[in-house]
Write a protein that binds this ligand. Structure first.
Ligand code: PGA
Length: 264
């Protein structure tokens, strides 16, 4: 099963309009993508429309960092899937651990957002991951399995097949501590098995699973050469054009390594 690698920049609460547009212009001025790796840029809401205009219908896709599940209405501060589409988004991150930690996101709201995003033709990038105490207690797989099942509830196998999932151990996000290649691969393989159980082998073979958590140009090739890791969700290292470009190049190398082994 050939899965196209996908590398997404999660800028979190960084970059003014000017900074966001300058980044994208600079990134697009570099060597063109050869199509091996899908690139997604997820700016803050304020910069979506401007960045979307620069990206146009080109190879680099626009994504948002969160979404609400209603289409419109009296929901002060919220942004709907329709509005994201309107701004040019193709992707939306759902259930990031920072949303779960600071903004009351739960497995239930993640599922509602995933369904609403799909309803508008957006592809959710669903984040799951264990906290440090949970890893130390040996319950990582239970935790991410439960998050995954909840996120996918009510979806058809075809919808599940088209999703992107980011395995992001919470203790690795923004800390400089990365999961080992073996641990990241083990979690990704486990998530694929969960999908196989819920939606069948075809969906499990097609769904793309990223690793996220302190991905850098230095560790990206090793992580993305793992057979079940199909890309990366990158925070800190996506804020500078050069380091983000290196991580996209690393994804290309990871894909080549897998093709060499007959896995990609
Ligand atoms: P980080 O963030 O790369 O800065 O660890 C990743 C993420 O939170 O998506």
């Amino acid at each position: 099963m050939v899965r196209r690698m996908i590398v997404a920049a999660n800028w979190k609460m960084h970059k003014t309009l000017g900074e966001a547009v300058a980044f994208v212009r600079d990134f697009l001025a570099g060597p063109p993508e050869d199509g091996t790796v899908e690139v997604v840029i997820c700016p803050p809401f304020t910069a979506l429309a401007d960045v979307g205009r620069v990206l146009g219908d080109g190879a680099v896709a626009l994504g948002a960092q969160d979404v609400f599940w209603e289409t419109e209405g009296a929901y002060t501060g919220a942004v709907s899937p329709l509005m994201l589409r309107d701004a040019g988004c193709r992707y939306v991150i759902v259930g990031h651990s920072e949303r779960r930690q600071y903004f009351g996101e739960t497995d239930t709201t993640v599922n509602r957002k995933v369904q609403a995003a799909l309803g508008q033709g957006l592809t959710p990038i669903i984040c799951v991951g264990e906290q440090l105490a949970q890893r130390e207690a040996g319950i990582t797989m239970q935790v991410i399995g439960r998050q995954m099942e909840a996120a996918l509830a009510g979806l058809t196998p075809a919808q599940i097949a088209g999703l992107v999932v980011a395995y992001e151990p919470v203790w690795a996000i923004g800390t400089g501590r990365t999961a080992s290649e073996a641990d990241a691969q083990e979690a990704a393989r486990f998530l694929r098995q969960v999908v196989a159980r819920l939606a069948g082998e075809e969906a499990a073979g097609r769904i793309r699973i990223q690793y996220g958590g302190s991905v850098t140009p230095a560790n990206a090739v090793g992580l993305m050469s793992q057979p079940d890791i199909d890309g990366a969700l990158v925070g800190g290292a996506s804020l500078k054009v050069e380091s983000f470009r290196s991580i996209v190049a690393a994804a290309r190398q990871g894909a080549a390594a897998k093709r060499g082994k007959g896995e990609g």
